[in-house]
Ligand binder design. Sequence first.
Ligand code: GAL
Length: 393
Amino acid sequence: MLNLRRVTLAGLIVLALASVVRLQAADGLALTPPMGRNSWNKFGCNVSEQLIEQAADAMVASGMKDAGYQYVVIDDCWQVSRDADGRIVADPQRFPHGMKAVADYVHAKGLKFGLYSDAGTGTCQKRPGSKDHEVIDAKTYASWGVDYLKYDWCNTTGQDTRDSYARMSRALAASGRPIVFSICEWGSTKPWLWAPGIGQLWRTTGDIRDCWDCGNPARGGGVVHIIDLVADLYPYAGPGHWNDPDMLEIGNGGLTVAEERAHFSFWALFAAPLMAGNDLSAMTDETRDILTNREVIAIDQDPLGMQGRKVWNSGSQEVWMKPLADGSRAVILFNRGTEASDITVNWADIGLFPGGQATVRDLWTKTDAGVVSDHYSTHVGPHDVAMLRVTPK
Ligand code: GAL
């Protein structure tokens, strides 16, 4: 009886959340978490027309486009000044054919194009920001064919986050082009409380670093710190309004393959934007296989749009679960420790009947464990995960 109540209650919560998020996604943008590639993590300020066009080529040739990646985003440093009319000017050395030509190139590949700006007087790398130029910038972006804007928070002394982001949001809405709006104030004013309806995604944390647990646990940095900081934000994610734990570091060299698998699995369980941050034109097969694992991507892109959460832990063993639209559950068995261990998921902990039957699919080994009753155990290496799709029968 107790278990029946549990399942029914979980079902009602899912339905209630689904109707709320449908209301909030009325503009139809980012109904699933955006997927693409961003220049910052690997290239920093070293952006150019050639680099971006190569990235678009590689997104197609590597199979990433077929796997669902769409947005080719240029981060900071593409802009140098404003002209006499106040229009933003792209660096003529690095983008000799202008930004519209780059956007056209990206669009001709069947992909979408994104740019970066800042709500303050200057960007984090001291290029012109959009403060008091929101309307003209939004119009300029629209005329170039921009589909996605990442909007940063440097040089904003005295500004209010909500007002500043709402101002650019209104300018984008009036620009005549649908532009996904990616809010980047690093979680400093809890955007999950005010940003739905202003932007489609918001950074939750400080900048990710290419490591497992370096950096400041309170601000983010290492992948495992970010996992812990985002864990409790699951009530705020849904179609059209996503928590953004930052761009991926997979393929940048600072993580083991196990840690990269864990990184990708958690971003999928969190329904996070999947923005590759590596050099797509020089990927190892291992990196490509992680970034294009379609069964894991399907967890990220599940139309219900729920962010998963931790449901059990003991010492360094953890079980995380995300409800999916077809009634199955995505499950991560996470080994936070430095020794391999067997980890068990009990159906009771993921909202299924104890003793009941379910099929289990391992999304990394790509094997079926068949029909399993009550619980499932598997061996998980240090800093590694098993990611499962558990479907009740
Ligand atoms: C940071 C932002 C990074 C990157 C960088 C560019 O504020 O969090 O993702 O955009 O600025 O200067």
